[in-house]
Design a protein around this ligand. Structure first.
Ligand code: ATP
Length: 505
């Protein structure tokens, strides 16, 4: 940990960094300075080049141009290991924690004290305890990580990254799926690390976090740096303007279409241990499910989308039809469309192109005698790419080459194409699980407008989001999950973040 003692100059300097992919520039001439004891926010719209810059700085990707210095000395990284040896550690968005191991075992993973080939538990717990105390962490070290909250797992993940004693820590969207309480714990931890002299590079789409916790902000737009200055010298509105080139209204996106027929009704059912005494959604309505992470919201949405087998119960109506769909294809035929969380694991097909991913739910509608109708297919994909402003080299690009936020838009676009193909007959029931994770503020507002317009045109929407402010903006009503049961349903007049937090804890 000695490396943390900060020198006067920047710990990390990048100069003139450039990178193109197949001739398309992702970064052009970017400079960045990061000092010890500073938390620097790197922001930009989806596809602006943030992850590419981080990958270059941490040795995962080579730059075409430019120079990186650590403590004033030029460095050349050929791997993440090289960057780690120079004192640069990264904690990625997805936590690399093994749920079946205890907190101590995860902290010590790969460097367990051994005797005769056997792990020595006493010294393992003693060393894990020493590390936890060193960073002021108060987590039960003998608990299995699967029983801990995501926020605690995120802190453990960062603790693991701290094991090499880095002077520079890079955090790529660390709060993307954390609730407010979990984010608070994480920021308290980061603030301690900063006080100890660590230099932190922080990527986030949450401007409130940046203005509350960061010292400096660098804005990227289309691969170029367009702003670099102290957070105290700017405003969220100015940063948004620089990122997306326009102001974003902070508005109410709820449908307020008036309640029509009930399209979704569950009464007295239990879904994966969560009691649901009653849940209703009307056509034209946007309804939220608020809970702590792992509260059962995902299981409710996946069950309704036919992804968890049949659901027994006498009073079940899903998109206007009795009973719960027993399979995903039955749900899709009923007009029940799920935008799943964890996009790369559940919502997208990693080996396929943007176009193929967009069309997977509409193959039948776009084929004739078993053959895909090339023209219709290409036109539908192009339209979705345009409507959602998906930044890609073209429809044939591999989905994995898109930035995270743009991948998320593809997961959404698939259902837009399906809805267009299905015509106006059956109105859809949209099930949205953290639908804007990793999406930038500008694109978020566009997705909110789209969801509201779909609801106003008669769709029913059920949404779960770790971002409570998102649900407060979008929903007409919100059900709160507490103590293993879907409980109180708040009307818009009762909405506030504090109230939601009180109801779900
Ligand atoms: N391996 C790759 N091959 C081709 N293009 C790529 C590759 N990696 C990134 N890109 C492109 O580089 C650009 C910048 O992407 P990057 O992931 O750095 O954006 P980002 O700012 O991190 O976006 P987000 O907020 O969505 O995560 C995008 O247009 C992306 O499609």
């Amino acid at each position: 940990m000695d490396r943390i003692a900060a020198p006067a100059g920047p710990r990390l300097s990048a100069r003139g960094i450039g990178k193109s992919f197949h001739g398309n520039p992702a970064l052009a001439d970017v400079d960045l300075d990061l000092r010890g004891g500073e938390m620097l926010a790197l922001v930009g719209a989806n596809g602006a080049g943030k992850s590419t810059l981080v990958k270059i700085v941490c040795g995962a990707l080579g730059a075409d141009h430019g120079e990186i210095r650590v403590d004033g000395r030029p460095v050349s990284f050929r791997s993440v290991r090289d960057a780690l040896a120079a004192g640069i550690a990264v904690a990625h968005q997805q936590v690399a924690i093994i749920p079946s191991l205890t907190a101590a075992e995860n902290i010590m993973l790969g460097r367990e004290p051994l005797r005769g080939g056997l792990i020595r538990n006493g010294p393992l717990y003693a060393e894990a305890g020493r590390i936890a105390r060193r960073f002021g962490i108060d987590i039960a070290l003998d608990r299995e990580c699967g029983e801990l909250g995501l926020g605690e797992n995120k802190i453990l993940d960062i603790l693991k990254a701290m094991e090499s004693g880095p002077a520079i820590l890079i955090l790529d969207e660390p709060t993307a799926s954390l609730t407010l309480n979990e984010s608070r714990k994480l920021f308290a931890f980061l603030s301690d690390l900063k006080a100890q002299g660590l230099a932190i590079l922080f990527i986030s789409h949450h401007l409130n976090e940046i203005f509350e916790h960061c010292d400096h902000v660098v804005v990227l737009k289309d691969g170029r740096k367009v702003h670099d200055g102290p957070v105290a010298a700017t405003t969220p509105a100015a940063v948004v303007q620089m990122m997306v080139g326009r102001a974003i209204e902070d508005t109410d996106w709820s449908s307020s279409a008036g309640r029509e027929a009930v399209t979704l009704r569950l009464r007295d059912v239990t879904i994966a241990g969560l009691k649901v005494p009653e849940l209703t959604v009307h056509a034209g309505e946007i309804v939220g499910l608020a809970g702590v992470l792992g509260g059962g919201q995902t299981q409710v949405l996946e069950t309704l989308a036919g992804d968890a087998g049949a659901l027994a119960g006498r009073d079940i109506l899903v998109n206007g039809k009795p009973g719960c769909p027993a399979s995903v294809s039955e749900a899709i035929d009923r007009g029940v469309y799920l935008v799943a969380d964890e996009r790369l694991r559940k919502a997208l097909f990693p080996g396929l192109s943007v176009e193929e991913n967009l069309l997977t739910a509409s193959l039948a509608a776009n084929s004739r005698f078993g053959f895909m109708q090339g023209g219709a297919v290409a036109a539908a994909a192009r339209q979705a790419i345009g409507r959602l402003a998906i930044k890609c080299a073209g429809p044939g690009q591999d989905i994995l080459q898109l930035s995270g936020g743009n991948q998320q838009k593809v997961a959404f676009g698939r259902w837009l194409i399906r809805m267009a193909g299905a015509g106006g007959g059956t109105k859809p029931l949209l099930l949205l699980d953290n639908p804007t994770e990793g999406v930038d503020v500008g694109s978020k507002a566009e997705l909110y407008a789209l969801i509201r317009d779909l609801a106003r045109a008669g769709a029913s929407v059920l949404i779960a989001s770790a971002e409570f402010p998102e649900m407060l903006k979008l929903c007409d009503r919100i059900y709160c999950i507490a103590h293993g049961s879907l409980g109180r349903c708040l009307e818009r007049t009762e909405f506030s973040e504090e109230r939601l937090l009180l109801e779900v804890n």
